[in-house]
Design a protein around this ligand. Sequence first.
Ligand code: PEP
Length: 257
Amino acid sequence: MKKTPFIIGNWKMNLTLMEGVDFAQSLRKTLHDKKEIICGICPPSVFLKDICEALEDSGICVAAQNIHSEKNGAYTGEVSALMVKEIGCTHVLIGHSERRHIFHETDSFINAKIKVALSVNLKPIFCIGETLHEREDGRTNYVIDNQLKEGLRGINTDHIKDIVIAYEPVWAIGTGKTALPEQANEVHSFIRSFLSDGYGKDIANDLYIQYGGSVKAENTKELMAQPEIDGLLVGGASIRLESFLKIIEAASKQECF
Ligand code: PEP
């Protein structure tokens, strides 16, 4: 059976504080009483406290876009897992392709971030995905397998339950090119079988695997119709409330809007 869709919007480095709070308040009003969808947003770190307050007790998740891998210490400019947990965040993005490629984050750094997030009960949304070059070389499964192996190294059965996996092909992020729903589903199946081999079939089936990469209202239904796609990580189309709501509506059409 399909899970309740989990749709989360990554604002990246966009919006003003006032725009973000207005967005959160309107989202809260619109989603009030809508039980058949799980929804969340990832605001910039300096907005997190205000957005958490605006969404308190709403059931809408707030995720940090980043944390450091160490618990605390001399890391000027960085933010710890405990800091974002303390102000009310439930989730954190880890391994986003922009962090991997622009900020040169390695698999072992990502693994350390996952562990520190779990240690304070912050749920990682662990992003993985291949580049266009890797796909064209026929190395998609190899890359995904490696990112999963390294990112989840040392994560046991109890902890894996708190992780959401987001498959985001790098060539589809912010490019307007979406993976074909079947193409995405194929990789999701591969991820599911990796998880099943490591943690057992039941746990693997319960885990959320989101798709991300140029998601918009027009392709949401088709993506969400795929058996292995449990939710969406939305970038560009999550910055405007109207387009984000259209995606949420399309993802949950059958039951709640
Ligand atoms: C993202 O930032 O995770 C993302 C998927 O971006 P976009 O939807 O803009 O491709």
